[in-house]
Ligand binder design. Structure first.
Ligand SMILES: NC(=O)c1ccc[n+]([C@@H]2O[C@H](COP(=O)([O-])OP(=O)(O)OC[C@H]3O[C@@H](n4cnc5c(N)ncnc54)[C@H](OP(=O)(O)O)[C@@H]3O)[C@@H](O)[C@H]2O)c1
Length: 264
């Protein structure tokens, strides 16, 4: 049996498997984690195979997905290295860990690709950034793309852009913006239920309309903004207070954290 094997059975593994199950992906999926309770839960929820023995897990892999936190990656690769005796495709989900480090941890015949999936893969509304290492075999590349395309869209980007992408595309951005707008709306007089409806419309429906249509963002802003009106006053006040600068500052903090967690 040659399976898709997840090393690490935490949050993102659970989201990806849920999406794959929703997509009726029928190939064998094996999960290895050092917490048997997490494995049992995944088995119960998604009917995956579980493997507490790392050696057996690695041996059963056609596609190895590294889904441990960045500070655990180097240690895990050391444990895995003695068990690799044949070509295998390895996908690292770890934020901030470059291909060069991965290739040092597990050398050829392992071929590496970095992937940064969103937890929205759970509902197949994911987005996954990918960066393949050089000379990646065509068939292996197609296989990786096929698996991740089942749970959402894929965007191939250069590795240099990975950290910036990671901090920008996170669904936490949307949840955070939504929570902030709801709290501010309540502060200026809306009851909680109405604040939620209004904020979700202001953010979610506007973004959906932008994505579905062909109208440039500038034109949509102009349409929604009467000169001298309320929206114009809101945006001008937010811009004057450094809205753009604050968002950029947040992204930079995330990029620093990605590098720190990855020991760079
Ligand atoms: N969560 C997301 O939305 C998301 C999105 C994209 C990418 N990622 C990336 O995916 C990776 C996993 O993130 P996560 O949020 O899923 O983490 P998580 O929930 O903490 O899951 C990681 C799991 O792997 C286990 N583990 C670590 N080292 C191990 C080892 N040597 N052997 C067996 N099991 C081991 C961990 O156990 P311990 O807790 O004991 O360490 C934990 O159960 C990270 O590198 C992250 O950057 C996450």
């Amino acid at each position: 049996m040659k399976a898709i094997v997840f090393l690490g059975g935490g949050r993102i593994t659970s989201a990806l498997i849920a999406g794959l199950r929703l997509a009726k992906f029928g190939e064998p999926i094996v999960v290895h984690d050092r917490h048997p309770s997490k494995l049992q839960k995944l088995k119960r929820q998604y009917g995956v195979m579980i493997e507490t023995d790392l050696h057996r897990a690695v041996e059963s892999a056609r596609l190895l997905i590294i889904a441990v936190r960045p500070d655990s990656v180097r240690g895990l690769l050391k444990e895995v290295a003695p068990y690799i005796h044949r070509p295998v495709t390895a996908v690292s989900l770890a934020a901030g860990i470059p291909l060069s480090t991965l290739r040092t941890g597990l050398r050829s015949p392992v071929r590496w690709v970095r992937a940064m999936p969103s937890p929205l893969c759970r509902t197949r509304r994911g987005l996954t950034a990918m960066a393949f290492s050089g000379n990646f075999p065509r068939a292996a590349r197609a296989e990786v793309l096929n698996v991740f395309s089942l749970v959402g869209k894929i965007v191939e980007i250069s590795e240099e852009q990975f950290d910036a992408f990671t901090v920008t595309f996170s669904s936490s951005q949307g949840y955070h913006a939504l929570g902030t707008l709801i709290a501010a709306a309540e502060a200026v007089g809306l009851d909680r239920k109405t604040a939620r409806i209004a904020a979700a419309h202001g953010l979610g429906d506007a973004i959906a309309a932008w994505r579905e249509g062909n109208t440039p963002l500038d034109e949509l802003i102009e349409e929604a903004t009467t000169p001298g009106g309320t929206a114009a006053a809101v945006m001008a006040s937010m811009n004057d207070a450094g809205y753009r600068r604050i968002v950029e500052q947040g992204l930079r903090a995330g990029i620093r954290q990605a590098r720190k967690n990855a020991g760079r």
